[in-house]
Design a protein around this ligand. Structure first.
Ligand SMILES: NC(=O)c1ccc[n+]([C@@H]2O[C@H](COP(=O)([O-])OP(=O)(O)OC[C@H]3O[C@@H](n4cnc5c(N)ncnc54)[C@H](O)[C@@H]3O)[C@@H](O)[C@H]2O)c1
Ligand SMILES: [Zn+2]
Length: 716
């Protein structure tokens, strides 16, 4: 069932009320003139409802400029009088409200309404097209309802509004002019090509296009007729139109060659009961996201001319029709960043990161951007206020920047120069950019990552070399590195004897890396260097990591339930790769780490640190139980240049050392820091530690403290 919230702005006092009226008038004037309002419709409607609510409670304070009860909020004027007022519509927002409205209409007419016409509420702007003797004569906007503006100059670019009718009749056809999604995209492309600013959404596009004169380019819109009435010299047709049911008027107009919604998925249908109406309302609501044009609700009308006549009209809206509003699907929010993601096939797709905004009940934080050309064509910039569209299950999309809200602080969007995943070149020959590695992109990236400094640290295996191996079909995952043969490498371009032997030696060394690095090389999401070290130290062997369930994994510092579940799931997928690594003789233990007691055993209750003692069997570790480690329970930060025995250690290796010695490494000084290792040129961290009274030590002193753990690292 279609429902929506219809909350209102809360206006506390006359000043707030006056300010709201002012804001609404400015917005409505901009909205109807050029479509350039600062508010999205949801925000405007909240404001308008707030104004109406305040006026209901303080009838004596109503300001003349109030939009309440006026067509177009009273914000527009025109100089071409309408023969019959062009009104707006009253709204309902739920099945109950609709049923109540229908019942009150039937009470007013004094009998059940014979048939309801249920049709799409097209999201454009209302116009009247006058034809004399079958020839187009004049196109007029709704204006304030009594007089509109002549926009005949624009009629030639309105699809569905023929120059000549099928019969030489004199008639006024009323309907909506809108931009289909396709026309909107085309229109914006043409505009930006001509250096113009894109329209924020199709409705603004239609409004702006209809009123524009002397444009150097042509932008099309589409007309949908939803009514017709006679003109003073229509002759007999006048009486016919006055007696025909609304549905037959629409059929007649379509027969004249004027476009109606009849051919669309949301074509007007007749319903006999409120329940049937509601079923069609729900159907149209669920079709909304897939329509090639925008609708903002469903219009329900009493079909018979007699019912309409007897219901009559108010000053702002007829009493025989109602707009059943659908939730707003467009909101204005800010474009914060653009991310470039590489898909399975190597397609590099931009994605917009948005300031989160609630649209139709769900929070939207991202939107698709299709391709780079799409960004250029729409002239999007970082920091832009953008119109975001989200309906049903569709992926949210940015319609356009709201250019008139620019502050000048917006900046261009940077396009990547190489593949953000694997570093290869980008094929930009098509609209959708693609990594030149195609389906191998992910493989190149994952092998490069595994070979990287903080993982297996295989010297001589840079990105270009990885690309070569992948392209030659020699590796399908990084475990294949360990079974590469000398001849295979020699057969590659630019691989001489020396580089081949060096590479093979580097791979041999990699085979003996501690578990923490092998695990890190797997690239499990959310397990970078330090998390991998924590996991490896906790479990001590790969077998135990793989065997751990979600609950056990959570015993590792920093792993919550969600992360544990994700890691467990990913490890299941990685089982074949891990198996290959084991078969290739890659080290699967963490030197110096003591495995946790087997859960559920007697020994576990005793928490004997020696239980399951296969840990420590690794290369020369002598860490012993956690509590006897020199840095047990300490959080250590390293800053400045290391010297003495620590001179050659990278920051990552220092962190590994700290963790082998039982401590926790951190990159920033806080009250919780136990020790700062400050080398030469230590700057702000040292000052901060001094300020907080954190213990400070020099590298040489620290080396003595953790000396026993120095040798267990890697030999580079
Ligand atoms: N963003 C802003 O600053 C701003 C300012 C003013 C108004 N608005 C928006 O404009 C809307 C109010 O505009 P409105 O006064 O045109 O009323 P409306 O759009 O709510 O309803 C009346 C209009 O519906 C249209 N319509 C579409 N399909 C129809 C059909 N099948 N049969 C009959 N009519 C059909 C007609 O143009 C008619 O005039 C609100 O949704 C409001 O959010 C926005
Ligand atoms: Zn790539």
């Amino acid at each position: 069932m279609v429902t929506m919230t219809n909350s209102a702005a809360v206006l506390a006092d006359p000043t707030a009320y006056a300010a709201a009226v002012e804001q609404a008038s400015v917005a409505a004037a901009a909205y109807y003139a050029t479509g350039e309002s600062a508010l999205d419709d949801d925000a405007y409607d909240r404001l308008a409802r707030g104004i109406a609510a305040y006026e209901a409670e303080h009838p004596g304070e109503v300001l003349a400029a109030s939009p309440t009860g006026k067509v177009a909020g009273g914000a527009v004027v025109g100089d071409v009088p309408h023969t019959v007022p062009m009104l707006s519509l009253d709204n309902v927002f739920s099945a109950e409200q609709f049923a109540t409205w229908a019942a009150s209409l039937e009470r007013r007419v004094g009998r059940p309404v014979t048939a309801w016409s249920v049709e799409p509420k097209l999201d454009g702007l209302a116009v009247a097209a006058r034809y004399r003797d079958g020839r187009f004569e004049r196109l007029i906007t709704r204006g304030d309802g009594t007089a509109g503006e002549d926009v005949s100059h624009a009629a030639g670019a309105v699809v569905g509004l023929p120059e000549r009718l099928a019969e030489p009749v004199t008639i006024e056809v009323r309907g909506e002019i809108l931009m289909t999604n396709e026309q909107f995209d085309q229109g914006n492309a043409i505009r930006t090509e001509h250096g113009g600013a894109p329209f924020a959404n199709p409705r603004n596009g239609a409004a702006g296009t209809l009123r524009a004169k002397d444009r150097a380019y042509r932008v099309e819109t589409t007309f949908f007729a939803y009514g017709a009435l006679p003109l003073p010299d229509s002759g007999e047709l006048g009486e016919t139109l006055a007696e025909l049911p609304h549905s037959e008027v629409l059929a007649y107009v379509a027969g004249l060659g004027v476009h109606t919604a009849a051919g669309t998925d949301v074509a007007p249908v007749l319903a006999a009961t409120v329940e049937e109406v509601q079923a069609r309302v729900d159907a149209i609501g669920s079709l909304r996201a897939s329509l090639p044009f925008g609708i903002d609700g469903i219009v329900i009308k009493a079909d018979l001319a007699a019912d309409q006549r007897e219901a009559g009209s108010g000053t702002r809206a007829p009493r025989w029709a109602i707009a059943y509003k659908l939730p707003a699907v467009e909101k204005i929010t800010r474009l914060l960043a653009v991310e470039w993601n590489v898909g399975r096939t190597g397609i590099i797709a931009p994605r917009a990161v948005l300031e989160p905004v609630v649209i139709d009940g769900s929070t939207v934080g991202y939107a698709t951007l299709h391709n780079p050309a799409d960004i250029t064509r729409r002239d999007l910039r970082l920091g832009d206020q953008v119109m975001v569209y989200k309906a049903g299950d569709i992926i949210p999309r940015i319609e356009a920047p709201v250019v008139h809200l620019r502050t000048g602080d917006e900046t261009p969007i940077d396009f990547p120069e190489s593949c953000p995943q694997c570093g290869s070149d980008i094929d930009t020959s098509e609209q959708r950019w693609r990594c030149t590695r195609g389906r191998n992109c992910r493989l190149v990236a994952s092998v490069s990552y595994a070979a990287g400094r903080d993982q297996l640290d295989i010297e001589g295996l840079g990105a270009t070399r990885v690309v070569q191996l992948v392209d030659a079909g020699l590796v399908a995952d990084f475990a294949d590195l360990f079974t590469l043969e000398r001849e295979q490498l020699l057969a590659l371009d630019r691989m001489g004897e020396t580089s081949t032997d060096n590479l093979l030696a580097a791979i041999e060394t990699a085979r003996t890396r501690p578990l923490s690095r092998v695990f890190c090389a797997l690239g499990v999401r959310g397990t970078g260097r330090s998390m991998s070290r924590r996991i490896a130290r906790y479990f001590a062997t790969m077998d135990r990591i793989v065997a751990a369930d979600v609950e056990t994994l959570q015993r590792v510092d920093g792993i919550g339930k969600e992360k544990a579940a994700a890691v467990v799931a990913e490890l299941v997928e990685l089982a074949p790769l891990i198996g290959k690594l084991v078969a290739a003789g890659v080290s699967m233990t963490e030197p110096g780490a003591t495995p946790p007691p087997e859960p559920g055993t007697e020994a576990a209750a005793d928490a004997d640190p020696e239980v399951g003692g296969e840990a420590g069997a690794g290369a020369g570790g002598d860490g012993g139980a956690g509590s006897t480690l020199p840095l047990a329970g300490m959080t250590v930060v390293v800053t400045g240049a290391m010297s003495g025995a620590l001179e050659k250690l990278s920051r990552n290796q220092m962190n590994e050392l700290i963790e082998r010695a039982g401590g926790k490494s951190s990159s920033s000084v806080s009250k919780r820091t136990s020790l700062l290792v400050a080398g030469d040129k230590a700057g702000s961290k040292r000052a901060k530690a001094e300020g907080l009274g954190v213990r400070i030590t020099v590298p040489e002193e620290f080396a003595e403290l953790v000396g026993a753990f120095l040798a267990t690292g890697e030999e580079d």
